[in-house]
Structures are given as structure tokens and as C-alpha cells.
Design a protein around this ligand. Sequence first.
Ligand code: FES
Ligand code: FES
Length: 217
Amino acid sequence: MSKKMTKPEPVGERSSGAGLALKDVRAPAPSLRAQPPIGLPEVGTRAATRPKKEVATKLLTLLINGVAHRVAVAANETLLETLRGRGNVEVKCGCEKGDCGACAVLLDGQAVDSCLTLTWTVEERAITTIAGLGTVDAPHPLQTAFAETGAAQCGYCIPGMIIAAQSMLTNDTDRPTLDDIRVGLSGNLCRCTGYAKIFDAVEKAAAAMCSGGADHE
Ligand code: FES
Ligand code: FES
């Protein structure tokens, strides 16, 4: 007598009769919508209802590129935030933690990272941005040298580079060596150029701005 073959139930598909497939017994997935977002307090907890702390503000006189400005500044505001907030977007914002030098400005002639400088500490000190060094019609020797050397690609790092170079060349009037220039610009990062043309540009400007020293190879 021939035996009738029965077809096996496919695993994972709904079956008829007593054969329960995996899909039938699996628990429903929990809804992600029910979970509070990671890192945020649940609505109604103490952290969520805590009032925001008031930050003190003060009216300061800031000397920006030779012009005095009265500016209301929060106690925790950086000079980078203040300058860009009032339209000085020639001061570039990169890392905001002192690594890239894109935000450099001169403070009484010395290059500082404006992202690490609290605005409350610089009242009535001379703040110079790249826009205060030279204009299109009357460029600074560093700006001329960067343009003539083709030292900029995207250009984002260049204001900070020129500010750092200006600080180096004016605070030590001896003509710098190539190593001096490398050290002087070591706090400024460029992601485009490979630095060679930037160093060439600073050497070229140094020849015009500084005394002594021979032409570098
Ligand atoms: S933005 Fe200030 S050092 Fe990078
Ligand atoms: S020219 Fe693009 S980051 Fe320096």
C-alpha cells in the first residue's frame, strides 16, 4: 500500500491547524516612540521642569578695527561669538576649541584664538580682524603676498593664517627663517594647501616687512 506524503510546514509562515510557526509566537516589537530620546529627560521629571539659569549680560565698549562699539555681551560669550554675531564674519569659526586657528584675531597686536577668549575680558583692548589689516584697494603686504603666491585654495583658514603671520612678523622684527615661520603658524591648520605656498607667502611678505636675513632657498 502506498503511503501518502505530507508536505512539511514552511518555517516562519503562518500554518493551519496545530503547527505553530515562529512568526506566531514572537512577541511584538516594543514601540520606539514610547521611549524618551536618549540623553533627554522624560517629560515631567525634575530635570525637564528645572528653569534655565539666567546668564548675566553687560554693556561693554569693544574696539574693533579701530572703531569703538557698545555691545551687550553675556558673561559666557566668547569673542568669536560676539564678533560673528555682530557681523564680523571674516573671523572664521572652525573647531571652537583652540585647535585650528581659524578664529584668530589680534588683541593689542598679539594673535589669540577668539573662540577661547571671553569677551568680558577684552573691553577697551584693540581687537583687529583680517578686515582691519588691509582693504581690497590698500592691501596689507601679507594679503598681497598670499594673493600673488596663490596660497589660498578654499580660503577658510587664510584670515587666521595672516593674523598669526602678522603677529609673528611684528612682534619679532628680525626676518624669520623657514623654521621660524613653521613654528609661528603651527597653531593654524589648513586642510587644502599642504602649507608650502602659505610658507612661501609669509617668506615673501617677511622680505618686505622685516630687516636682515638672506633669501631662503
Ligand atoms: S575655531 Fe578657534 S581655534 Fe578653531
Ligand atoms: S585654503 Fe582651505 S583650509 Fe586652508
